[in-house]
Ligand binder design. Sequence first.
Ligand SMILES: NC(=O)c1ccc[n+]([C@@H]2O[C@H](COP(=O)([O-])OP(=O)(O)OC[C@H]3O[C@@H](n4cnc5c(N)ncnc54)[C@H](OP(=O)(O)O)[C@@H]3O)[C@@H](O)[C@H]2O)c1
Length: 267
Amino acid sequence: MSITLAGRRALVTGATGGLGRAIARALHARGATVVATGRREDALEELRAELGDRVELLVADLADRDQVAGLPSRAASVEVLVANAGLPASGRLESFSSEEIDRALDVNLRAPMQLARALSPAMVERGAGHLVFVSSLNGKLAAAGTSVYTATKYGLRGFAASLRADLRRSGVGVSAVFPSFVADAGMWADTDIELPRGVRLPRPEDVADAVVGAIERDRGEVDVAPVGLRLVAGLAGVAPGLVASLAQRLGSAEVAEQAASAQRAKR
Ligand SMILES: NC(=O)c1ccc[n+]([C@@H]2O[C@H](COP(=O)([O-])OP(=O)(O)OC[C@H]3O[C@@H](n4cnc5c(N)ncnc54)[C@H](OP(=O)(O)O)[C@@H]3O)[C@@H](O)[C@H]2O)c1
């Protein structure tokens, strides 16, 4: 079921990041009250200063299980969840410590599942609500040098699709959003890696529009990516081996290595 955003309370995780800020702005512009969360209080305060009224701030570390458990009651009866927080767990598996793997799983996959579990029963009871999970095109397309990140993003895709089937006819929609590399702001833009000329990347505002559209039109899956990458992701669904060897030939492992070294501090 589609819902209108005006007057709703929407919890946005990762609201301090490149995509989360754009998502918070877009939901706020539709008339929602935004309950914005992240670890960095100063960045949350900046968001409130920008948006003005209808913004509440909750500092929380989603790698801390007690803080994840406490977040739903602190957020108080939200009707929309945008599970957007994520860390770029890029790099080859052997370069990860066991704690880094756990943190990636906790922030990227476990926290969205726990938040959905805690928040969805009240939405079902009211017969209205929406859960959005920000996955990645890596949730459809396995690339070299991203095994940990890709596992979390494939996991999020499966979780959202199955939950959507469970909540059919409950009045609560479930969507997954799949951005490719995003320009201007966010974890990819922060790497400053140049892609070949002619690849026109989406911007954070495009991802935010996709999130709003997914909620308002109750869409199960929305890609936010150049058409060429969408086609490759579609092909990967039927011929993963072929796409993996093509990507390897085009140098995807080298790009992944550069990204891993630029994103190391965010692990
Ligand atoms: N940018 C892209 O190209 C791209 C492409 C595909 C998918 N995505 C996905 O889009 C989502 C947003 O990414 P982004 O590009 O906006 O990245 P970003 O700018 O690095 O922001 C990441 C956000 O996640 C939050 N976060 C990280 N670790 C956290 C933790 N332990 N506890 C609570 N919050 C935590 C950060 O908040 P604090 O730092 O305040 O804790 C920040 O708000 C992610 O799920 C990412 O996988 C991004």
